[in-house]
Design a protein around this ligand. Structure first.
Ligand code: FMN
Length: 193
């Protein structure tokens, strides 16, 4: 798939087939993340890839996030909130749309604001690379930051102390291709053109 096609056709996927994803395919997705740029090539990301029994145990933790939905939605502009279906979110959360694999993206805990910000930017690039690579391989992903509301329980289960959770990314073969959602192409200021 051409890069332009991947960028423009990719959708967030919240419904997956139970068909297992071969490890070599997940490796391609992870390698796309690792290919992302980072300050001084520091590669601050770490990926924890979970399937099987442990995936099921982690879903039991992650599915608690809808309890925080009111707090999550309070962080966004009011006009976006009616577009959200609490029912659909709760349904998705029960088994994360059936995604057979979950990728946890973490980075080192840092107190310096600048150092933290640049690490986060690097991880965001890695996440986007992975989402595009996954899409081009016929897979789907969702960048599930709502799961950060149960970060401490997730990290305790994974036994990780010195890292913070950047996102949770369920991944698998797509059960359906979601419709595109609109973009606002006015969000740019041109100077000197
Ligand atoms: C930083 C970030 C956080 C997101 N968090 C969530 C989330 O918690 N739950 C969810 O279902 N989708 C989440 N998404 C997916 C967005 O809802 C989705 O990207 C957006 O609606 C645009 O749809 P599209 O990805 O299909 O173009 C997130 C996406 C990004 C980039």
């Amino acid at each position: 798939m051409l890069l332009d096609d991947a960028i423009n056709s990719r959708r967030t996927v919240r419904s997956f087939l139970s068909k297992p994803v071969p490890k070599e395919i997940i490796e391609k997705v992870i390698n796309a993340g690792i290919a992302a740029p980072s300050p001084l090539n520091s590669q601050p990301w770490h990926f924890i890839v979970v399937t099987g029994k442990e995936r099921d145990e982690l879903v039991k933790i992650i599915r608690k996030f809808p309890a925080y939905l009111a707090d999550i939605l309070a962080l966004y502009p009011k006009e976006l909130v009616p577009l959200i279906s609490e029912e659909k979110i709760t349904e998705f959360a029960k088994d994360l749309g059936g995604a057979p694999v979950i990728i946890f993206v973490t980075m080192p805990k840092k107190t310096d604001k600048y150092a933290h910000k640049v690490d986060l930017i690097a991880c965001s690039g890695a996440i986007q690379n992975m989402q595009l690579e996954a899409w081009s391989l016929g897979l789907g992903t969702v960048c599930l930051t709502s799961a950060l509301w149960v970060e401490s329980e997730i990290m305790a289960y994974l036994g990780i102390k010195d890292q913070e959770l950047v996102t949770v990314m369920p991944i698998g073969y797509r059960a359906l291709d979601p419709d595109p959602v609109p973009r606002n192409y006015d969000s740019v200021t041109w100077i000197g053109f």
